[in-house]
Design a protein around this ligand. Sequence first.
Ligand code: URP
Ligand code: ZN
Length: 458
Amino acid sequence: MRRKVVRGGTVVTEAAAFAADVLIVDDAIAAIGRDLGDGDDEVVDASGCFVLPGLVDSHVHLSLEVAGTVSADDFATGTAAAAAGGTTCVIDFAPSDERGLLAALRDRRAHADAEVHVDYGLHVVVARVTDRTLREMADVVAAGAPSFKVFMAYPDLMLGDADLLRVLRRARQVGGLVCVHAEAGELIGELVREALAAGDTEPRFHAQTRPPLTEAQAVARVVALAQMADAELFVMHVTCAAALQAVRGAQDAGAPVAAETCVQYLALDERELARPGFEGAKYVCSPPLRRREDQEALWSALRQAALEVCSSDHCPFDYRGQKDRGRGDFSQIPNGLPTIEHRLALLWELGVQSGRITPSDLVRVCATAPARRFGLLPRKGAILPGADADLVVLDPRRTTTIAAATHRMNVDYNPFEGMTCRGSPRVVLSRGEVICREGTVLSRPGRGRYVPRSPVAR
Ligand code: URP
Ligand code: ZN
C-alpha cells in the first residue's frame, strides 16, 4: 500500500476553500481533514499553497488532421504540457469517416493509449448522418464516450438542420450529449468569398468574416433544434455577448443548454489579429477572438454559471510551416491556438488575482463542472474520498512569465508571450503519482489511461 499526505495547504472545492490535508492511499483520495497521516507517510508539502483537483480540459485537439496538416502537439507532447500546467484529464476527439463511429473510437484510442501522460476521454465527431451512424451512437455511449461533436461550420464537417435534429433526437434516446461548434458556416463562406474577391487577404479578415452575429445566429438555431428534440445541448467555445444572449435565453426558458468558453477568449482580443505583417495569423482561431467588452460578458457569465466550463480548445499550429500556409489568403490559415499549458496560470492571474472569480469558481469551471457534464465525476474533477488522487498544489507566489522558449508545447510560438502570471503549480499528481514538480514533467508517455465516461442521466 502506497500512502502520501498532501500537507498544510488550503483545499479548494467548487463550494469552499478550507485548511486541510489530503491523504492518498495508492491511487485514490482516502481522506480530507486536519492532521492526517502518520510518520511513515510520504509528505507533499503544500504549506502556503492551494490544493486543487487536477484540472479537466474537456476540449483539446491533439494530432488533429485538418486541411492537409496536423496540429503540432501529439498526445505525448500535448499531455506533458497539460500536466505541467495542472491538467490531469483531457477529452480529445475521435474523427469519424465512412468506417463508422465505433471504428473511429477504437482507432483513436489505439493512437492515444501509447502516448498519453494523463488520463483521457474522447468525444466522437459526427460528420455525416446515416442510419448506421445513428445506430452506432448507442454503441459509442456504451463504450464510455457519451458525447458527440457536431459542426455548423467548416465545409467538410458541417451538418444541416435536419441532420442536427436527427443527431439530437438520437442522443436523447441513447444517453448522449451533443456538443456543437456553432458558427453559421454558409454565411461565413459567402463573407469569405466576398472578402477575398475584394483583395482583403490579411489575417484580420478572418475575424471580420466571422462576426459575432454569425455565431449568435448559429447558437440560436441549434438551441431551437435542441428544444424541438427535447435534448440536452452543450455549446462549445462561446466567445461573445451576442451568442451568450442566445444561451441565456434558452436557459431562462428552462431548456437544458450548457456552454463553455475558452481561456483565449478571456485573455486575448481581436486587436491581436491586426498585428503587423503576417503576425496576426498566430491568433487565428474559430470562432475568432472578440472585443474587450465581450470578455467582461464572458467573465460575468462564468461567475454566474451561465457559462459552465472554461476549457482550452488547444489546437496548436506552428507559425512557420503551418500558419504561414495562409499568406495571401487568410482562409488557408489553420485555425487554433496553443493553450493547453497555461489555462490555470492565466485564469489564476486574470481571474483570481484580479478579483473577477474566486478560487472555487476556477475549480468549478475548470474541473468539477466539466467532470460532471461529461460523465467523469466522481472519479475526476473533485477532491472527494474515493476519487482518483489527481491534485494540483498551486503556489500563489510562483510566478511564470509565459514564453515559447520555455513552454513544453511542441509549437514555435506562444500567443500569451510575455504575460506574467502570479500562481502556478508546484506539484501535480495523477492517480497519486507526482507527474510534475517545480515545472519538471516526471511522467512518461503511455502512463495515462482511457477513462470510460457515464451516459447523460435524464
Ligand atoms: O480554431 C479552432 N478552434 N480550431 C480547433 C477546431 C475547432 O474548431 O474547434
Ligand atoms: Zn475545438
